[in-house]
Structure formats: structure tokens, C-alpha cells
Design a protein around this ligand. Structure first.
Ligand code: C2E
Ligand code: CA
Ligand code: CA
Ligand code: CA
Length: 279
């Protein structure tokens, strides 16, 4: 600390001290929550243009004994900055694959794909590929129904490692989607080098479709590019018919957002499918 000279002063800033100890507390709480099995997965449905539900994205929540259901925005950041995201991410993957396997045994749900978010630290683990393969084998989930969502910045950070790992899992049948697409500085060059299946247009562009001209142009460009590269595109954060219409008109085929369904517990998602097939 001493050798950092003047900058070391910030360690004695009482405000900073509070922030540091709050983070440390949260980290300890998260560790405890993992052991106490307080995390749950909710599933947000994904739809084809024709109205079919094609799958769902698994999204983590913390079922806190006093605070109730806590959204990932309040803890994923801290988990990602610590090693905790690794066991947490592994729990998410295993739980989602167990759900996939359960759905495969029921003809009403066996077509559903499950998307799982993978964070950078988890993906960069040396044994990441082996662990995914192991979870698939142990749960019996069919690999081609599993889709891993990697953020654009993760994919770009170490392209060679990314290519190697995606390549190995693709031979098993696992699919890949680039989350938050459009928010980084992606070049066409890397897209063509990666064996991807899907781009997910970030909700920040969807939000202002038809309102902010630059976002209209960005979304049209992404859709045109994806068509040339023969990649699927899903739009997230679709909240209005106007947004969906704009996207559909420009070639988007898959949709996710509050307009079509919020993240819900498994039972509610199954009920939604039931009611859709009953009509
Ligand atoms: P994300 O992967 O971009 O997930 C989409 C987020 O947008 C979700 O928030 C979802 O509930 C929300 N959303 C969906 N439709 C709409 C909509 O129509 N309008 C609006 N305004 N929002 C919508 P959520 O569940 O709070 O998750 C936030 C972020 O936390 C996720 O963003 C993801 O980055 C992270 N996360 C969630 N679960 C996991 C996980 O299991 N592992 C990792 N590594 N990260 C996760
Ligand atoms: Ca995601
Ligand atoms: Ca996203
Ligand atoms: Ca996001």
C-alpha cells in the first residue's frame, strides 16, 4: 500500500471504506446463499415470428430469506468480479440442463431450447468445455437444445480462446448466441471467424426503435449483416407491437420481451404453453 504513494490515501476515505466493506459483505452473503441453495432460475420465453414458443432464457434470482426475490442486477456484478461467478455459473448451467432433461421427457415441452448466460470468468476457466460436456452427460440434456449466451465483449476479449472453446462445444451440438450485440465494437471480421448460431440485439437498441433514427439504422444494419452471414437474430427487450413490427419488417424472426412474456418460474412457463396449445 505504501508504495502506491498518494493514491493509497483513498484507502482511508471513510466513504470508500464503507463501499469496500459492503461489497465484502455481499460477497460473503452470496457464498452463503450458494451453499444454502437460495438461488432460483426463472425462464423468459422466446418466440418465433409465427407465434410458436421456441425456448426460454434462464435468468438467475436470489430467493433471499428477508429481502424476497432479488434481481441479478443487484449481485451479478459483485459475483463476476470475484471467483464466485464460477461456482454460481456452474450451478446455473447444471440446473438449466436438469430442466432441459425434464422437458425432454414430456412431449408438450420437448422442443424447447434453453439459453444460459455464461460470464467471462466462467468461460475462461481452463476446464470450461469439459465441465459443460460433463453436465450434459450427467443430466442427459440434449446438447443441441442448449444455447450458451456469450456477451459481445467476452467473445472479443480473447478471440483465439473463444474460437477454440466454441469449436469444441459445437462438435457436441451446443449452440451459441452473442448477447448484447451491438454494444461493443465488433467487426465483421471476427463474426466470420466464429462458428456462431445467433445474434441477440441488445435491448438498448430495441427500446428506441421508431423513435431514434440512429437506432433504426443500427438494427437494420445488424439484421442485414446477419442475413449475409446466415445467422439467426433474436431481439430482446421487445415491449411494444410497434417494436416487434419494425423488427419483423426488417427480417428479425425471433423475439423476447415483456410484450410476449416476462421471466417466470418453470410452472408458470409450462402453464403458458398449456394455455397456448388449448386454444
Ligand atoms: P441479459 O442477459 O441481457 O438478460 C435480459 C434482461 O432483460 C433480464 O433482466 C430480463 O428480465 C430483462 N428483460 C427481458 N425482457 C424485457 C423487456 O421487455 N423490457 C425490459 N426493460 N427488460 C426486459 P434480469 O433477469 O434482471 O437479468 C439482468 C442481467 O443479469 C442479464 O442481462 C444478465 O446479464 C445477468 N444474468 C441473469 N442471469 C444470469 C446468469 O445465470 N448468469 C450470468 N452470468 N448472468 C446472468
Ligand atoms: Ca442474456
Ligand atoms: Ca442481453
Ligand atoms: Ca445485458
Amino acid at each position: 500500500v505504501k508504495s502506491q504513494g498518494r493514491n493509497a490515501l483513498c484507502f482511508f476515505d471513510p466513504q470508500m471504506q464503507i463501499v469496500i466493506s459492503m461489497r465484502a459483505q455481499l460477497e460473503a452473503d452470496l457464498q452463503m446463499a450458494l451453499t444454502a441453495r437460495q438461488f432460483v432460475l426463472h425462464y423468459q420465453p422466446q418466440f418465433h415470428l409465427d407465434g410458436r414458443m421456441v425456448g426460454a432464457e434462464a435468468l438467475i434470482r436470489w430467493q433471499h430469506p428477508e429481502r424476497g426475490l432479488v434481481a441479478p442486477g443487484e449481485f451479478i456484478g459483485v459475483a463476476e468480479e470475484s471467483e464466485l461467478i464460477v461456482p454460481m455459473g456452474h450451478w446455473v448451467l447444471r440446473t438449466a440442463c436438469e430442466q432441459l432433461a425434464a422437458w425432454q421427457g414430456d412431449e408438450r415441452y420437448r422442443h424447447l431450447q434453453v439459453s444460459v448466460n455464461v460470464s467471462a470468468r466462467q468461460f475462461r476457466q481452463r476446464d470450461f468445455v469439459a465441465r459443460v460436456v460433463e453436465v450434459l452427460r450427467e443430466t442427459g440434456a440434449r446438447p443441441h437444445l442448449l444455447k450458451l449466451e456469450l456477451t459481445e465483449s467476452l467473445v472479443l476479449d480473447n478471440v483465439d480462446d473463444t474460437i477454440a472453446k466454441i469449436g469444441m462445444l459445437k462438435t457436441k451440438g451446443v449452440r451459441f448466441s452473442v448477447d448484447d450485440f451491438g454494444t461493443g465494437y465488433s467487426s465483421l471480421a471476427y463474426l466470420t471467424r466464429l462458428p456462431l448460431d445467433q445474434l441477440k440485439i441488445d435491448q438498448s437498441f430495441v427500446r428506441n426503435l421508431g423513435v431514434r433514427h440512429t437506432d433504426d439504422v443500427i438494427v437494420q444494419t445488424i439484421l442485414g449483416m446477419a442475413r449475409n452471414l446466415e445467422l439467426d437474430v433474436i431481439a430482446e427487450g421487445v415491449e411494444t407491437e410497434a417494436q416487434k413490427d419494425f423488427l419483423a419488417r426488417h427480417g428479425c424472426v425471433y423475439f423476447q420481451g415483456y410484450l410476449l412474456g416476462r421471466p417466470t418460474p418453470v410452472a408458470d412457463l409450462e402453464a403458458l404453453i398449456e394455455s397456448a396449445t388449448a386454444t
